[in-house]
Design a protein around this ligand. Sequence first.
Ligand code: GTR
Length: 336
Amino acid sequence: MRRDPHRQKGLTRRAAALSGLSALGLAACQRDGARTLLSSDTHPAGYPTVEAVQEMGRLLLERTSGRLGIRVYAGGQLGAERDTLEITTFGGLDLNRVFMSPLNSIEPDTTIPSLPFLFQSKDHMRRALDGAPGRAILDRLEPHGLVGLCYYDSGERSFYNTRQPIYTPADMKGMKIRTPNSDMTVAIINATGANATPMDLGEVYQSLVQGVIDGAENNWPSYESGRHFEAAPYFSLTRHTMTPEVLLMSKARWDKLSSADRDLVMACAQESVPFMRRLWDARVDGARERLLAEGVKENEVTDREAFVKLMQPVYDQFVVTPFQKKLVADIGAMAT
Ligand code: GTR
């Protein structure tokens, strides 16, 4: 029988993640007494998403007089986002802070906030996600075993690469650009004329150094914390997406909470959002300043409209159902 190497790799990774979780078995037993909810994050300690979930835990502890808290396993200790998501759906993890893209293969409607050039500004993005469209998208996750608690910012994503500044789509032609594992992000990159290479975030640095890929796309804080700038110093401000982060709870754990505790968990998650945004805004500015001082070469693209025009096939491919069309229209109407 022929072996599928990708499947093999996926299974190995999942097995590693699961054994990591069983190594936490003791903690898991104790947590049932102490009611500590376990949460995963791919980012290291100190990153705004990690701090935000810790803040939520602090609020929970305070409001339950120590009965309910959160422990965040940061730095991808429990595995890559798509693997920890799978574990969360069947209740092996209580909470998970992930990027929206790995959810796309679980629920197609989660692609909508990743549409290129959808949000006109940071305020527009926040208004839409805090409002009815954002809630409607999170509600789509429940049948998949996930409860969407809140969105966190992930800012504007732009392309960076090892070779040259990108001014127009022609500058990207044929470049191998890493994307998160999502059909939508693959389509966005291929639409520019580059070749999308899906991989987990943790593999990007090495792949840039070894020349397996020519570039990637992300926000300033991830570009800095993953040290991608060392290998790919050209940061070109396409600002093509503002895909958010999302904090999820396993529905299995959610269903075990009393209705008062559910309200409390939801309220503390919501309160961690402005806390995260304050940290985030400062982190974006700080990362950019530090990296420019390190020699990163930032440039504005000269033909943003050309990038926008190339994205029409992405809309045609991913905005198909009446629900998806309504979401896009409703988000568009919230622009001013
Ligand atoms: C980051 C995001 C991560 C991760 C990453 C990626 O901005 O915070 O959760 O998904 O992007 O590109 O994979």
